[in-house]
Write a protein that binds this ligand. Structure first.
Ligand SMILES: NC(=O)C1=CN([C@@H]2O[C@H](COP(=O)(O)OP(=O)(O)OC[C@H]3O[C@@H](n4cnc5c(N)ncnc54)[C@H](OP(=O)(O)O)[C@@H]3O)[C@@H](O)[C@H]2O)C=CC1
Ligand SMILES: O=C(O)C1=N[C@H](C(=O)O)C[C@H](O)C1
Length: 252
């Protein structure tokens, strides 16, 4: 049995995970953390993680970037592995993730779905052929109108994946309105669309001379992220300090 603290338990993802865990006998939510107290859960809910002294094997976090510093301090202090899913982290916070992972097990992933993590595995092969052949690379992501961060964490992870595959010299372009000049070869354009209830779409466009390849992932429900996060919590249970990612979980 993996005992989980759900950080952000009353949010969209927190509630999806609460529902999924009710159907799974190998995992249990022993406490939730959320400032919003308008939802009745079958587990105790604390307004602040510092107040939670419940024994747990892992924390699953779907809250927001502002909550991440306190969360990492808590997990290091109490030696509880953490599945970190909130996006929009600053450079400083990313460094803190790295530092914290020297003291406790940290799995950080901007996208917990099998589909996106499979894309991250296969994209390098495509990029290594198309980028040297002169194809331009652009990413378009679409999300619901409640999302706080832009571009999405997944779009940035996809851009890093493309960039790393071809030597890391590409520049990310989020806005082309400020300058009047042609597109540079070493750019990866990243565009964010926000509207309605779109769960999440990520499209990678490889545009060459007279031909275009589009690789697209569409999330039709939040369950795909929830399932991945639960598997990640089970995987981290008992793991030593270190940095883990979804490829570790998928490969077992
Ligand atoms: N890695 C992945 O696969 C995915 C990542 N995400 C990311 O997860 C995060 C949450 O997404 P989503 O569930 O849609 O967002 P929601 O806003 O629906 O849920 C977040 C919840 O966390 C609460 N919260 C805010 N501050 C804290 C805090 N300090 N401690 C505990 N809880 C807090 C919020 O309360 P209040 O509303 O009062 O602020 C809210 O109830 C986002 O960063 C999103 O980008 C989302 C889906 C998939
Ligand atoms: O906020 C969301 O909803 C999502 N956020 C993640 C991101 O920023 O990439 C993952 C997913 O696309 C949904």
């Amino acid at each position: 049995m993996t005992k989980v603290i759900m950080n952000g338990c009353n949010g969209r993802m927190g509630q999806v995970i609460t529902g999924l865990i009710e159907q799974d006998e190998t995992v249990e939510i022993v406490a939730g953390i959320d400032q919003y107290d308008g939802i009745k859960n079958d587990y105790p809910v604390y307004a602040s993680i510092e107040d939670c002294e419940v024994e747990a094997d892992a924390v699953i976090d779907f809250s927001n970037a502002a909550a991440v510093d306190g969360l990492l301090d808590y997990c290091v202090k109490r030696q509880i592995p953490v599945v970190l899913c909130s996006t929009g982290l600053s450079e400083e916070q990313l460094k803190k993730v790295e530092e914290s992972s020297k003291k406790v097990a940290v799995l950080k992933s901007a996208n917990m779905s099998l589909g996106v993590n499979t894309l991250l595995e296969i994209l390098p092969k495509i990029v290594k052929i198309l980028a040297p052949a002169g194809f331009d690379m652009e990413i378009v992501e679409k999300h619901h109108n409640q999302k706080l961060d832009a571009p999405s964490g997944t779009a940035l992870a996809l851009a890093d994946c493309l960039n790393d595959a071809v030597g890391g010299d590409y520049e990310y372009k989020y806005d082309r309105t400020k300058e009047r000049k042609k597109r540079e070869k070493n750019e990866i354009g990243i565009s964010a669309v926000r509207g309605g209830s779109i769960v999440g779409e990520h499209e990678i466009i490889f545009a060459g001379m007279d031909e275009v390849i589009e690789v697209k992932h569409t999330a039709y429900s939040r369950a795909i992220f929830g399932k991945g996060a639960i598997e990640a919590a089970k995987f981290l249970n008992g793991k030593p300090a270190g940095r883990y990612d979804m490829s570790d979980v998928i490969r077992g």
